[in-house]
Design a protein around this ligand. Structure first.
Ligand SMILES: Nc1ncnc2c1ncn2[C@@H]1O[C@H](COP(=O)(O)OP(=O)(O)OP(=O)(O)O)[C@@H](O)[C@H]1O
Length: 267
């Protein structure tokens, strides 16, 4: 086994429980997992099971109350913001709603160029060409650099958001319900784009979704979350064909039993 890109050990994230004054809820409750370079790990589970909190904590957007997060063996768990900065580039997030992740007053070109400038990844003179290249990589014409977010469709914006994340040449992307707001046909295009990008750049991904069809299509392995715990984790076909846990069987039952069973995502 090569060294994992990401190791999560016994991670614990607590929040105040809104239903019990003074109480706490364990949004992530002792989760351990690894992600290999170039691997897509799907996180599935019902709303509130802790998927987003886990993904954000891996990126240190939430502070864990316990456990460890290691990137290429380096313990990030307690690094100061300054010490963390050089490693932030390696881990990017793509959100569900691309419109709200762009500044409405900034062109797409500026949005893609800003992280390149901040991380000094190219010179000022090289910027326009690099932005055009990034847009091309995600299937957008160079002229879209001049557009504002409201002048783009949801699918085009999600492409731009993926481009902006890829601009930093990350090793890990956390994609949180990245296709769930898109129309079905556009969803397939974005999934294919993610798969192509992952294969091209050997990028690893944590792909958070409540859509089991999407998870089966895209992910190499799948982790099932329930009340903050990782109930089971394994190769995608194994989890689908021989689930270890009653909860997973119930979750899959809602898919196997539905008319959506034969829906295929076109290539
Ligand atoms: N910032 C926060 N402050 C307080 N509680 C939070 C916060 N973020 C999440 N929670 C709580 O933590 C639990 C896990 O939420 P989380 O959003 O991680 O689940 P999820 O599986 O991603 O759900 P969804 O699919 O609805 O996004 C929930 O009970 C949620 O209410």
């Amino acid at each position: 086994m090569p060294e994992p890109l990401l190791q999560v050990e016994n991670l614990l994230v607590r929040f105040a429980d809104p239903h019990r004054p003074g109480g706490e809820l364990r949004a992530v409750d002792g989760v351990s997992l690894t992600v290999q370079p170039g691997e897509i790990l799907g996180l599935v589970g019902e709303s509130g099971s802790g998927k987003t909190t886990l993904g954000k904590t891996v990126l240190r957007l939430h502070e864990p109350a316990g456990g460890r997060i290691l990137l290429r063996g380096l313990d990030l768990t307690h690094l100061s913001e300054a010490a963390l900065r050089p490693h932030r580039r390696a881990m990017q997030m793509v959100f569900q709603d691309p419109l709200s992740s762009f500044n409405p007053r900034q062109t797409i070109g500026t949005a893609v160029a800003t992280p390149l400038k901040l991380h000094r990844l190219c010179t000022r003179a090289e910027l326009p060409e690099r932005v055009a290249q990034i847009l091309d990589e995600v299937g957008l014409p160079a002229a879209f650099a001049e557009r504002y977010p409201h002048q783009m469709s949801g699918g085009q914006l999600q492409r731009a958001a993926i481009g902006r994340a890829l601009a930093l040449k990350p090793e890990l992307i956390v994609a949180d319900e990245a296709v769930s707001k898109l129309d079905v046909s556009v969803r397939a295009q974005i999934l294919n784009l993610l798969r192509a990008v992952q294969a091209r750049s050997n990028l690893a991904m944590i792909f958070i979704t409540h859509d089991l069809h999407v998870a089966r299509f895209l992910c190499h392995r799948i982790g099932v979350m329930h009340f903050g715990k990782l109930l089971e984790i394994g190769p995608t076909e194994q989890v689908f064909e021989a689930p270890q846990h009653d909860y997973t069987r119930a979750l899959l039952g809602t898919v196997h039993g539905s008319v959506a069973r034969d829906v295929r995502i076109p290539a």
